[in-house]
Design a protein around this ligand. Structure first.
Ligand SMILES: [Zn+2]
Length: 292
């Protein structure tokens, strides 16, 4: 396992090669730019004059950053200036070569970079500035860890915890692509706050039986519909590969299977409008629903 990133430079004609560690905080992009900068710096130090210097890199990102009309990284800016200084007395070309494709010099440079990344860096870190992407990744990781810990330590919410274990950006994106009606249905099933017989009866909106309208064998709750209802065994097997899919959750993308599981059943047609029609609205409050 590596200790971080490293740079590798192989001089095909100069006979000069270089390998160095860049510590734990440098990105691969920074390493690629720094490698070009070190090449330019070494050529300047050698005092080349009137020669053609070719610097080959397999990093399109580094070359594009150096060729961009705007530079907002000090590392790229320093590298750009070294290349400009070098080109005042020499013909300098910066060229892209395909990485990991057997190009001899590139493979040697790659091996030197690997050696650098495996070498412990001795000295104060960071070696180069910490990139914004690292800040963002670290903060996002911290937020995810804190939210996950808070969620797992929170009392109750047994059904929701079984369905969703931790923050899940791809599940959020999936929900945002759905219609409002579909989002309401999925969130209702995941949280248990949904107009199924048991819940409506608990808050006094209906006085009908609390038994499942599909199988008549258990109370009609969200957890029963998702995990247990015998009438939905075939659908569950087709969607989750099991008639009792306890092990299928938590899962990354749960909206589509939940919508498919409950499609066309007419279980969630109870609306505030229908409650008003039957003058049964008193007692129906979003905050008065029983715990699932
Ligand atoms: Zn049932």
């Amino acid at each position: 396992m590596g200790n971080g990133t490293g740079i590798g430079i192989y001089g095909a004609n100069s006979g000069w090669s270089h390998s160095a560690p860049l510590g734990a905080f440098s990105s691969v992009f920074q390493a690629e730019v720094l490698a070009i900068d070190v090449c330019a710096g070494e050529s300047l130090r050698r005092g080349h004059n009137g020669v053609h210097i070719r610097i080959l890199s397999d990093s399109q990102a580094a070359i594009k950053a150096l060729a961009a009309s705007t530079i907002n990284s000090k590392l790229v800016w320093d590298c750009y200036h070294n290349l400009c200084s070098l080109s005042q007395r020499n013909r300098v070309s910066l060229e892209w070569v395909a990485g990991h494709s057997g190009v001899m010099g590139n493979e040697n440079a790659d091996a030197l970079a690997r050696k650098g990344s495996l070498t412990p860096f001795i000295g104060p870190e960071p070696v180069v500035g910490i990139p914004k992407s690292s800040f963002r990744a670290t903060i996002n990781r911290w937020v995810t860890n804190q939210t996950t810990r808070r969620w797992s330590n929170l009392g109750g919410h047994a059904l929701s915890k079984r369905m969703v274990a931790k923050p899940n950006p791809s599940a959020s994106e999936e929900l945002l692509r759905l219609s409002r009606r579909e989002v309401r249905l999925v969130v209702g099933l995941v949280t248990g706050f949904t107009p199924l017989q048991f819940h409506l009866n608990c808050i006094g909106v209906t006085q009908d039986t609390t038994l499942c309208r599909l199988c008549g064998e258990a109370e009609e709750k969200a957890s029963h519909i998702i995990f247990d209802c015998q009438a939905l065994s075939t659908r569950r097997f087709q969607l989750f590969g099991s008639p009792t899919p306890m092990e299928a959750f938590p899962c990354t993308n749960l909206a589509k299977p939940l919508l498919a599981l409950t499609k066309g059943l007419g279980l969630f047609d109870y609306t505030i409008e229908s409650a008003e029609k039957h003058n049964k609205l008193p007692g129906f409050s979003a905050f008065g629903l029983p715990s699932p």
